[in-house]
Design a protein. Structure first.
Length: 344
């Protein structure tokens, strides 16, 4: 860690993906984006609320393009860069693709924070890009009031391997690849209540690449996929349900959670993004309790993948078991405005 005595999160109005605009406000912002249907090669655009845009090259291959950035979620600038990079690259994996290169997006308040701290952020991002096998090939920076960082990432995918969040089928089993609770731990950190072991757990999870997404893209048994970020598990699962015209039954006890979450909830370490999320989509969910909503709507940063898979696939089920994926529910035909029902 760069020794400056300055703590990045003290300059952060929101933590990581918890600073995302709420789903309801985002719908209002993008509602007037023009129809892109006349771009015949655009396979995925804004209309599907997917993780990235996809453009067909016409040779069986497609380009994936995404960007993601946020305010500091940890104090260590090197770890901030690592987390932001892993989070941005995840969108490529969530589409079933492989990343090719990244460019950085940096906003830095040079009157408050020294340039060498920003340099450490870039170093951390470069380390994660190297782990993903891609170059950090350039970027753009501005002097701004609050620090922000992220990446724009380009990837490739065979068109037959492309995974979207709106192509799930009734009967698909739902799997989650990482436990929930990052938003709660991040809020505990801002309140100076986070234990060192829990801080290390959170950083390790947020810097873990979702590289399995590229392999999952090759599996026809995987019908739909997305990653879990600022809208929480419920928000991203609802996008899958709405896009696919389905509903979901979710088993709360099967959902993996980070250790010691109960302790931090008792300390009221609840991010504001949780309540913004619930205000946006809580009316579409039944079975929530005052406690479970704090977990299921918790905004994640560099969260895991949500996978909708053929229930009869022994190949996928074996892979999921070997890799520790949690089976958390099932998708069904939708018959009401309730799109997700929670079972204990």
């Amino acid at each position: 860690m760069l020794q400056t005595g300055l703590k990045l999160t003290e300059f952060s109005p929101g933590a990581g993906c918890g600073c995302k605009i709420s789903p309801a406000d985002l719908r209002e912002i993008i509602k007037n984006i023009p129809d892109n249907s006349y771009f015949g090669n655009l396979l995925v655009g804004c209309e599907s609320r997917d993780d990235a845009a996809v453009y067909d090259l016409g040779n069986g291959q497609a380009v994936i393009s995404t960007t993601d950035f946020f305010t500091p979620i940890v104090d260590d600038p090197y770890d901030f860069g690592r987390i932001a990079a892993a989070n941005a690259i995840s969108d490529i994996y969530a589409m079933g693709g492989n990343p090719l290169m990244a460019i950085s997006i940096l906003g830095w308040p040079l009157s408050k924070l020294p340039a060498d701290m920003a340099g450490a952020v870039i170093e951390g991002a470069s380390a994660i890009c190297k782990e993903a096998g891609i170059p950090l090939a350039g970027g753009h920076s501005i002097d701004i009031t609050d620090p922000v960082f992220g990446l724009a990432v380009t990837g490739m995918v065979k068109t037959t391997h492309l995974k979207q969040n709106n192509t799930a089928k009734a009967g698909c089993k739902l799997f989650l690849t990482k436990p929930l609770g990052i938003g709660i731990l991040s809020t505990a950190s801002k309140k100076k209540l986070l234990e060192q072991q829990d801080h290390e757990t959170a950083v390790n999870q947020m810097t873990k690449l979702n590289q399995e997404g590229a392999l999952l893209g090759t599996m026809p048994q995987v019908k739909a996929m997305t990653d879990v970020t600022g809208f929480g598990l419920l928000g991203h699962l609802l996008e899958m349900c709405e896009g696919s015209g389905l509903s979901a039954r979710l088993s709360y006890k099967a959902v993996p959670k980070l250790k010691n979450i109960d302790y931090y909830i008792e300390k009221q370490c609840i991010p504001g993004g949780t309540y913004r999320n619930l205000k946006s989509y809580g009316n579409k969910v039944t079975g929530l309790t005052d406690y479970t909503k704090l977990i299921l709507a918790d905004p994640q940063t560099s969260g895991g993948l949500v996978i909708a898979a053929d229930p009869d696939s022994h190949e996928f089920n074996d892979y999921a078991r070997k890799n520790g994926f949690a089976e958390i529910g099932v998708l069904e035909e939708s018959h009401s405005e309730t799109l997700v029902s929670i079972e204990e």
